[in-house]
Design a binder for this molecule. Structure first.
Ligand SMILES: Nc1nc2c(ncn2[C@@H]2O[C@H](COP(=O)(O)OP(=O)(O)OP(=O)(O)O)[C@@H](O)[C@H]2O)c(=O)[nH]1
Ligand SMILES: Nc1nc2c(ncn2[C@@H]2O[C@H](COP(=O)(O)OP(=O)(O)OP(=O)(O)O)[C@@H](O)[C@H]2O)c(=O)[nH]1
Ligand SMILES: [Mg+2]
Ligand SMILES: [Mg+2]
Lengths: 282, 292
């Protein structure tokens, strides 16, 4: 973005274009820039630097959920096993993210167990079993085609009897618009709750950074069906900026815990709103 | 809908039946917003609106009693014209066995599409051979082998120790010897900015001279669709696109973005997870979807 001495309409247009191209979403960008234009009118912003700082601070606010307890603290405060359910639409990176989180928790000295509750997709169980071998972490699985609720139930039981700290449950990708699949998810949660009343302690929605405004629809419907408590935003190692995360966090008030930046087990980072916002401007 | 929003803009007609240029401009703004909301890329939207402005300022809108409808019609016609502009058939002519390579970003639906395509082509009388050339993702080879088994379609016995270009070469040779006439190669998901992996695709292309290199793209892709498509097309000269997960509620503006930067046609769409969930691309259907 060019060097200018003062804030002219062209600069605002240029920044607006950049934000739309970062997938922030037309509605969000319009709303944001209406605020900025009135800030400029009231002479609150002296120069392009001030304007940029103002945009960044508005965006940081959108991406931050106040009074949010970190995942680490939640895990520490609960009595084990701490059960995490991972959900999201097809292909966003749920299974790989579970491998990454399991690796992270293991590095932190936690005992982790994974449930292969995607009993539908071809070789989904194999995929997690191969990850389990690489990570040296136990994977609970049944036969392909079996009831995912039963796998989740068994995994929590195994988590208890083997004194695991954390149980992470993988689910099949599903479009948020498929009512029967969203009902299946509700059933999985109910059955988990029957085995352990607090389970799942955490329900993480995985979103793909290359997704456009459909991410908002995904977040809304998954929230409706399963009370999502946290987000992981994947594939930020590509050229997509994931700007739609701002609208999702702002509307749903769900914190982003991690970002995925690659395909290896170590490619997971804690979410940092400031770094994320700076990257939107690159 | 766009129609309702345009009617609001144009209803200040006050009975004289002639619109002002300013009203047309405001109408174009509504068109821009509608396309951006559908995830069409910002720059593609600008070009698109510039492209229809002449017609929008012409007699058919200015003199119309229903100018809003006229503008929607112009937008719709132009979308269909762009999206349906080139050959959408799967090209299997030339050297046999015919070879199709599926490429694209991680998780877009390549492996599933390979299975669907094999089943679809067999229904059309071809003898497909599925080739797993993703040696990186855990259980990727198993995934395609499982689909092949479900369909009772022969599959090349790839191993993760093999190199993808070599898998491709051996598979085409084997197809020739087994009288299978259509080789479908599934490749690993990759970022368009990963030069090593893009080189691997070029090596596969060089090894087997495919008739079709299809970019498999997710219908919910946002603004980044232009970057992805432009890079894959520049590096490989793709021959077409498969747009997946259209059974969701994504508006699918990526279709226009991709067509606009590559000029290559969407040939097929994925409309579900089952292996029969594939069909030819219908420009008018996606045009309606983009317009909301
Ligand atoms: N570049 C990149 N690729 C990723 C990232 N996370 C996951 N992937 C890749 O995305 C693809 C899909 O990942 P999966 O973990 O199978 O996705 P999923 O959501 O479990 O998919 P389904 O179970 O089929 O719905 C794989 O090729 C992963 O390696 C990431 O952060 N960056
Ligand atoms: N609903 C729906 N799901 C689809 C469609 N096509 C593929 N999928 C699902 O999307 C997910 C990813 O599909 P894959 O075929 O594994 O994707 P991929 O491109 O091979 O993934 P990588 O090899 O990791 O890059 C799976 O859960 C598929 O079942 C479609 O048209 N509709
Ligand atoms: Mg999975
Ligand atoms: Mg694959």
């Amino acid at each position: 973005l060019t060097f200018r001495k003062e804030i002219d309409p062209d600069l605002l247009d240029e920044l607006e274009e950049a934000m739309v191209m970062a997938d922030m979403g037309v509605g969000t960008v319009q709303h944001l820039f209406d605020r900025l234009r009135s800030d400029v009118k009231r002479n609150e912003l002296k120069d392009p630097q001030a304007l940029r700082q103002r945009i960044k601070s508005y965006l940081k606010d959108m991406l931050t959920v106040t009074d949010t307890v970190s995942l680490e603290e939640k895990i520490g405060a609960a009595s084990p096993p701490f059960v995490i359910l991972v959900v999201g639409v097809n292909g966003v990176g749920k299974t790989t993210t579970i491998a990454k989180m399991a690796h992270l928790f293991k590095e932190q000295g936690k005992k982790v167990l994974i449930a292969a509750a995607d009993t539908f997709r071809a070789a989904a169980i194999d995929q997690l079993q191969q990850w389990g071998k690489r990570l040296d972490i136990p994977v609970i699985s049944h036969q392909p085609g079996s009831d995912p609720s039963a796998v989740a139930f068994d995994a929590i039981e195994a988590g208890r009897s083997r004194k695991m700290d954390i149980v992470i449950v993988d689910t099949a990708g599903r479009l948020h618009t498929q009512k029967n699949l969203m009902e299946e998810l509700k059933k999985i949660r109910r059955v988990m709750g029957r085995k352990l009343s607090e389970a799942p302690h955490e329900t993480i929605l995985v979103l793909d950074a290359t997704t456009g405004q459909n991410a908002v629809s995904q977040a809304r419907l998954f929230m409706e069906a399963t009370d999502v408590t946290g987000i992981v935003l994947t594939k930020l190692d590509g050229t997509a900026k994931g700007g739609i995360a701002a609208a999702v966090v702002h509307e749903m008030k769900i914190p982003i815990y991690f970002i995925g930046i690659g395909e290896k087990m170590t490619d997971l980072r804690s979410f940092n709103a400031e770094e994320f916002v700076n990257a939107l401007f690159e | 809908t766009l129609g309702n929003r345009l009617n609001k803009v144009f209803k200040k007609l006050k009975g004289y039946g002639k619109l002002s240029e300013e009203q047309i401009q405001e109408g174009m703004r509504e068109v821009r917003l509608a396309l951006l909301e559908a995830d069409v890329n910002y720059k593609v939207v600008k070009d698109f609106v510039a492209g229809i402005k002449k017609r929008a300022l012409g007699q058919e809108v200015m003199d119309s009693l229903t100018p809003g409808q006229q503008v929607v019609k112009i937008v719709h016609d132009e979308l269909v014209a762009l999206l349906g502009s080139s050959n959408q058939q799967i090209d299997l002519a030339g050297r046999q066995p015919a070879v199709i390579v599926l490429v694209g970003l991680q998780g877009s639906g390549k492996t599933t599409t390979a299975g669907k395509l094999a089943r679809w082509l067999r229904k059309k009388g071809r003898k497909p051979f599925l080739v797993p050339a993703d040696v990186y993702r855990p259980a990727a080879i198993e995934q395609l082998k499982t689909l092949a088994k479900q369909l009772d379609i022969p599959v090349f016995p790839s191993e993760t120790s093999m190199q993808p270009p070599e898998i491709a070469r051996q598979a085409v040779a084997q197809a020739g010897m087994s009288n299978l006439d259509t080789v479908i190669i599934d490749t690993a998901g990759r970022l368009h900015i990963d030069s090593e992996l893009m080189d691997e695709l070029r090596a596969i292309k060089e090894a087997v001279s495919p008739q079709e290199i299809l970019l498999v793209a997710d219908a919910m892709t946002g603004q980044d669709a232009v970057n992805i498509a432009e890079a894959f097309d520049r590096e490989l000269s793709i021959t077409g696109v498969v747009l997946t997960k259209l059974d969701g509620d994504a508006r699918g503006g990526a279709a226009l973005s991709i067509q606009s930067v590559t000029g290559k046609p969407v040939k097929l769409v994925g409309i579900g997870e089952k292996l029969d969930a594939i069909e030819p691309f219908h420009p008018d259907r996606i045009a309606n979807r983009i317009l909301g």
